[in-house]
Design a protein around this ligand. Structure first.
Ligand SMILES: NC(=O)c1ccc[n+]([C@@H]2O[C@H](COP(=O)([O-])OP(=O)(O)OC[C@H]3O[C@@H](n4cnc5c(N)ncnc54)[C@H](OP(=O)(O)O)[C@@H]3O)[C@@H](O)[C@H]2O)c1
Length: 352
């Protein structure tokens, strides 16, 4: 009888010990304290939400690129295009919880108030994240200024890290060089007032950039354009404007890095396609990570959109591994998927 009692006692103690051990175990990449994170620290500070087991995420170090004096853009961020307000709140909250440091927004996305609420609810220090916003093209000085003020108000911020003119003209194509220059002057005034740390443009081709370069007193920090596998690294399949941007100190930033708006087949080619998944297997990474890595390895910041925690985690796991030269070449030589929109070059050069 005594022996049986001892055995039961041992089983009970064993179960208790093993449940304590399990309680302290977290999935890979998650933690309860710094010791659980191999090469970083545990994000168990204010505003972070643990999983049901009480595990937090280990900090992921996202490198930055200098885009202007004293302004560093994180090399990977979250896109927010197409999200309604609740999706934007959800995706931005998840991303901030995972340690994202860069969110790409725009007045035209009509969801900046939800982005602002997610930023506020995260309780993160303002200095720990980089926010880009955009105002429509083709605006005169006062309309441009009012749009930038509205963006700040919607985001609930005193300043954005980067403000872009979304398009070289109004979406209808109206505006031309005259308004392009007037709008840029408003951007400069906004930057000089401290409400944008840096200013830049989007969808600009070389001719549009040259317009600004003929009058600017503040450098164009960034040109945000469509860029993904299928466009190569240099013309004519890639945009010639990349080289022009590099030569003029303008950071060439990729939008739609996974070809999100290119149609289902083209988009999936960069996620589950044979080329990217075969290469990914060599590194233990997904096809999407290979597609993004091809860009960041060239020094091009990416802003993939996702509201899935698994995808969000993948999309910042780009920096402690490297594609071989041979694999980079294979990806560069691919002519597929094609660039969506305005002909073989990104930058909407048909806009007057
Ligand atoms: N300046 C401009 O005019 C302009 C134009 C277009 C885009 N942008 C910016 O660029 C951002 C990104 O471009 P985008 O929104 O066109 O599309 P994208 O980022 O190229 O692709 C988004 C799609 O990829 C999926 N995805 C993301 N990560 C994935 C992963 N690791 N594995 C599998 N699927 C993944 C997402 O689905 P899940 O949610 O299921 O992950 C989503 O359906 C925009 O949101 C916007 O901020 C700017």
């Amino acid at each position: 009888m005594r022996n049986i009692n001892n055995i039961i006692l041992l089983i009970v103690v064993g179960l208790a010990v093993s449940s304590i051990a399990n309680a302290n175990q977290c999935p890979a990449g998650m933690c309860k304290g710094d010791n659980d994170c191999a090469s970083s620290y545990c994000m168990n500070g204010a505003g972070k939400t643990p999983n049901p087991q009480g595990c937090f995420y280990c900090h992921v170090n996202i490198p930055t690129k200098k885009i202007a004096d004293g302004v560093e853009m994180p090399m990977a961020g979250l896109g927010t295009w197409t999200y309604n307000n609740s999706m934007a709140y959800d995706a931005v909250s998840k991303a901030l919880n995972l340690g994202y440091t860069h969110i790409d927004c725009a007045l035209g996305y009509q969801n900046q108030e939800s982005v602002g609420k997610a930023l506020k609810d995260s309780k993160r220090e303002r200095s720990t994240y980089f926010i880009t916003s955009k105002i429509p093209g083709g605006l005169n000085f006062s309309a441009a200024t009012a749009s930038m003020e509205l963006s700040l108000q919607q985001l609930g911020l005193d300043y954005v890290d980067l403000m872009l003119v979304h398009f070289p003209a109004a979406w209808s194509g109206q505006g031309g060089k005259m308004l392009r220059l007037e709008e840029w002057r408003a951007m400069e005034a906004f930057q000089k007032s401290g409400k944008a740390k840096a200013i830049g443009v989007s969808h600009y081709c070389r001719r549009h950039l040259e317009d600004i370069l003929s009058i600017n007193t503040v450098p164009i920090a960034v040109n945000q354009v469509q860029y993904h596998i299928g466009m190569g690294m240099e013309g004519p399949n890639a945009t010639d404007d990349k080289q022009f941007c590099d030569e003029h100190g303008i950071t060439y930033e990729s939008f739609s890095p996974l070809c999100g708006p290119c149609g289902k087949d083209a988009h999936m080619e960069l996620i589950t396609g044979k080329m990217v998944t075969d290469i990914g297997k060599k590194y233990g990474k997904s096809g999407a990570q290979v597609s993004l890595k091809w860009q960041v390895q060239q020094g091009i910041p990416v802003i993939p959109r996702s509201d899935s925690v698994d995808h969000l985690l993948e999309n910042i796991d780009l920096f402690n591994w490297k594609l071989s030269e041979e694999d980079m070449n294979t990806l560069t030589q691919s002519k597929s998927p094609p660039v969506a929109g305005d002909g073989p070059n990104s930058g909407d050069c048909s806009v007057l």
